[in-house]
Design a protein around this ligand. Structure first.
Ligand code: S6P
Ligand code: ZN
Length: 233
């Protein structure tokens, strides 16, 4: 009982962090909005870090690795017959890998390092699923590291914009735009993404509607065409 009382007093006096060592990596388990500004800043003052961008392992000290294969993107590619043909042969090619450092709290930035492998399903180049951010008023920055491709962006009305990504190019994705990356080259497309840790991801909308445009190969070159399967909401 005395121990319990001691703990309650320590935490409520806002000095618990120093005495009992709050695990700053687990701040996402705490309801931050209920915590006053100064204390919230203390709690968010996680360790600074640096990382190494490496061709072999993506980014050093990543916390999450996500692999997306064709079977995970079954509903996304427009040529359904090609998808089923490949899968029915027992093949399930790796389309992309993402290495992530999530920070998990408002005020922080997450980092993601995406590798999209070269390839096509039918005439459509390999791409990422694409998503809106769950918090619509959050933006994102992509920085091209290797290879070449396109960033397809689409707002809630279905208006699209396309920008090129390649080494030394930064692409800014404004709030309210869903985004998908497409590898239009013959080698890996690699880019770094930096976005607010509390942005969240809404995959459902794009999974249901698709993007209004798709990028396909014609005469050896990528072209942007209307998506015949696009569902306008
Ligand atoms: C996160 C950021 C990227 C993507 C990654 C994979 O906000 O946009 O790190 O997560 O490129 O794409 P997707 O659509 O499967 O998340
Ligand atoms: Zn994003």
């Amino acid at each position: 009982m005395i121990l319990l009382l001691f703990t309650v007093v320590i935490v409520s006096l806002n000095i618990g962090e120093y005495l009992i060592g709050v695990n700053l990596k687990n701040v996402d388990t705490i309801n931050l909005s209920s915590i006053p500004g100064r204390q919230r800043c203390l709690m968010l003052a996680g360790e600074p870090y640096s990382l190494i961008l490496s061709e072999a392992d993506g980014i050093s000290s990543y916390k999450v690795k996500v692999e997306r294969r064709l079977s995970n993107l079954r509903e996304y590619f427009s040529n359904k017959r090609s998808v089923e043909e490949i899968l029915s042969k027992g093949e399930d090619p790796l389309i992309y890998t993402v290495y992530e450092i999530p920070r998990g709290a408002e005020g922080e930035l997450d980092v993601g390092y995406t590798i999209i492998y070269p390839g096509k399903i039918g005439k459509e180049y390999y791409f990422t699923k694409g998503h809106f951010h769950a918090k619509d008023f959050t933006s994102e920055v992509y920085i091209g590291m290797r290879g070449e491709g396109k960033i397809l962006m689409q707002d809630r009305r279905g208006e699209t914009k396309v920008l090129e990504i390649k080494p030394n190019v930064l692409v800014y994705i404004p709030p309210g735009f869903a985004h998908r990356s497409i590898n239009t080259g013959n080698s890996e497309l690699v880019f770094l993404a930096i976005y607010p840790s509390d942005a969240g991801h809404d995959y459902d909308t794009i999974r249901k509607t698709g993007f209004a445009k798709i990028v396909i190969e014609k005469d050896g070159k990528p072209i942007l065409v209307d998506n015949p399967n696009y569902v306008r909401l």
